[in-house]
Write a protein that binds this ligand. Structure first.
Ligand code: FAD
Length: 404
């Protein structure tokens, strides 16, 4: 019987397994997950789950018996350690081997570490796994701790907001002049700086991190010659694709596992999806590695089809969301095109109720709605249409957004 093997118990892997069965695949399916949990999604780990507002059901896609009921073999707490594309065999860390007809690499990403040569980083925390979130929650729940977050990216900013919600003292240390500068550019980054300042976070930018003090537990961060004391240091300086298995298998890798838009890698019957995959985007006509929830979901579905030989293509407009304090935001668009685009704001920047458009040669390439709801589909339609639209129309709040 045909055997579909999925490596990785994140959203991409879990979705692929579910889609295979939903679409009527009747053969064998195995999911191999290195972590001790059934496949789960990560966004709540820095938000509702970390805050204690949501339980484990908001995190795991399905309980373990759901997989058994559908005849999906779930192997947890064991990593795949070798992949032989020619022999179609995956070796597991426990010594077992699995033969496959098609295999999906959905191994995700791992936290990037700070390049601080000679510095003991054993006592710092990162947030990627469910267990990290549990550990962090245990530390933050009582409030009154001094949390230093290194890196004003999405995860750092979300953890800062959740930690403030518990009443902890929070300092953010960022190398760039503005928070979220790489994701949003300076003007929109300032919106998030103001948000955190308003909630009592000490946001320090353009700082040079020299050292982390403490051994078993980080006790401070030395920046520009000054020590910022801490009970807890969280490093949130991005993630790197987990390509260990793909490298061992000799797959083509460039900022992740290179795939075509059907998520086929350079080896026959080997697919890659989610954070680990640098997939060719048919609209952009270039490879794009997207580290977002919506991409992992869509990619899991596309991979399931591709693995069965059904034509499929990953051509969604990248989508991301965040929740921090009372601010909710959705961002749709093509990050590589945002850098040189003109920013057009519709609505009230001060009140943090607006839609920002990134416009390149008259065309909307990205749009971000902040505390404005039910507009994301319209934003996506504007991007997808590729039509030229005047900045005045985009700005004009008298005109309904769907009429732009
Ligand atoms: P992952 O979720 O990383 O899963 C990969 C899994 O594969 C891991 O469990 C790993 O242990 C396992 N694995 C790796 N190697 C092996 C191996 N050799 N054998 C077996 N298993 C292996 N995105 C948004 O759009 N919005 C958000 O608000 C948002 N918030 C986030 C908050 C946090 C704290 C984090 C960490 C991420 C957040 N993201 C968010 C990003 C989003 O969660 C990722 O894009 C998504 O998790 C990618 O899913 P994935 O399945 O590709 O990889």
């Amino acid at each position: 019987m045909t055997h579909m093997l999925i490596i990785g118990g994140g959203l991409a892997g879990g979705t692929a397994a579910e889609s295979l069965r939903d679409e009527g695949f009747g053969g064998d399916i195995t999911v191999v997950a290195a972590e001790p949990h059934p496949p789960y999604q990560r966004p709540p780990l820095s938000k509702g789950y970390l805050a204690g507002d949501e339980g484990i059901d908001a995190v795991i896609l399905h309980p373990a018996d759901w997989y058994a009921e559908r005849g999906i073999r779930l192997i947890t707490n064991v990593a795949a350690s070798t992949l032989d594309p020619a022999a179609h065999i995956v070796g597991l860390a426990d010594g077992n081997e699995l033969a496959y007809d098609a295999v999906l690499l959905a191994t995700g990403a791992v936290p990037r570490m700070l390049p601080l040569p000679g510095c003991d980083l054993a006592g710092v925390m990162t947030l990627r796994r469910l267990d990290d979130s549990d550990e962090l929650a245990a530390q933050l729940r009582g409030g009154r701790r001094r949390l230093v977050v290194v890196g004003a990216g999405w995860i750092g900013m979300e953890v800062a907001a959740t930690a403030r919600g518990f009443g902890n003292e929070v300092t953010i240390l960022e190398r760039d002049p503005v928070p979220l500068a790489a994701a949003l550019g300076p003007e929109m980054g300032e919106v998030f700086r103001a948000l955190h300042l308003d909630h009592g976070v000490d946001v320090r930018t353009s700082v040079d991190i020299e050292r982390i003090t403490g051994t078993r537990r980080a006790e401070g961060v030395v920046v520009d010659g000054e020590t910022v004391e801490a009970d807890l240091v969280l490093i949130g300086v991005g993630a790197v694709p987990d390509t260990a298995l793909a490298e061992q298998a000799g797959l083509r890798i460039l900022n992740g596992v290179l795939t075509d838009s059907a998520l086929r890698t350079s080896a026959p019957d080997v697919y890659a999806a989610g954070d680990v995959a640098n997939a060719f985007h048919p609209v952009l006509q270039r490879h794009l590695r997207s580290e977002h929830w919506a991409n992992a979901l869509a990619a899991g579905e596309v991979a399931a089809r591709s693995m069965q030989g059904v034509p499929a293509s990953l051509d969604d407009i990248p989508y991301f969301y965040t929740d921090q304090y009372d601010l909710g935001m959705e961002l749709s668009g093509y990050a590589p095109l945002m850098r040189d685009a003109e920013l057009v704001v519709r609505g009230d920047l001060e009140a943090r109720e607006f839609v920002a458009f990134w416009v390149d040669a008259g065309r909307v390439v990205a749009g971000m709605n902040v505390n404005v709801w039910d507009v994301n589909e319209t934003v996506q339609a504007l991007i997808r249409s590729g039509e030229r639209v005047g900045a005045d129309r985009l700005r004009d709040t008298q005109m309904p957004i769907e009429d732009i």
